[in-house]
Write a protein that binds this ligand. Structure first.
Ligand SMILES: [Zn+2]
Length: 152
C-alpha cells in the first residue's frame, strides 16, 4: 500500500497493527509511511465478484446459480440421478464458470459449460438440455446433433 501523503514519491508503508472488526468480516490495518511517518488506516473487506452474463441480444444479467440449478433440474427430470450428484454437478458448473476469472461471460459459454457437465453424468439429460439450448426446430437438426454425439 502506497502512502497517500507522499503522493508523487509513492513511498511504501508498513503495517503497525491489524485487527478484525464487524464480526471479522473486515480487517482494519493501521499503517505508517517509512518516509514521512504519516499514519493512516485501511479496511480490508471480502469482495464477492459480480459476474455478468451477456446474452445473445447484448442484454446483461447477473450470473445466477439458481438459473443454472433450474436448467439442470429440468434436464434431469425423472432421470436416475440423486440430489447429491445433482448438487455437486451444479457446484462444478458454477466453479468452472467463476474459475474462468472473467467479469463478463457470454451466455454461450454458460450453456456450453452446462452441456459439458450434463454429458458426463447423463446422456439423456444432455440431449434434452442441448435441444432446448440449441433451439432445434426440425427433427433433422436433432438427428444431426445425435450423430455428432455418437462420434464423440
Ligand atoms: Zn509518506
Amino acid at each position: 500500500m502506497k502512502c497517500p501523503f507522499c503522493i508523487d514519491k509513492n513511498k511504501e508503508t508498513s503495517v503497525l497493527d491489524s485487527r478484525p472488526s464487524e464480526n471479522g468480516s473486515v480487517i482494519r490495518r493501521r499503517r505508517i509511511c517509512i518516509e514521512c511517518k504519516g499514519r493512516f488506516t485501511t479496511h480490508e473487506r471480502i469482495q464477492f465478484r459480480e459476474l455478468v452474463v451477456v446474452k445473445k441480444d447484448g442484454d446483461k444479467v447477473n450470473f445466477d446459480r439458481d438459473k443454472i440449478a433450474k436448467s439442470v433440474e429440468l434436464a434431469l427430470r425423472k432421470r436416475p440421478v440423486d440430489t447429491d450428484t445433482k448438487e455437486k454437478l451444479i457446484s462444478r458448473i458454477v466453479n468452472d464458470i467463476e474459475g474462468m476469472g472473467e467479469n463478463e461471460i457470454s451466455s454461450n459459454v454458460v450453456g456450453e459449460a452446462v452441456m459439458k457437465a450434463l454429458y458426463t453424468i447423463d446422456k439423456v439429460a444432455y440431449v434434452r438440455f442441448a435441444s432446448v439450448y440449441r433451439d432445434f426446430r426440425e427433427t433433422k437438426d436433432f438427428e444431426q446433433f445425435l450423430d455428432t454425439i455418437d462420434k464423440k
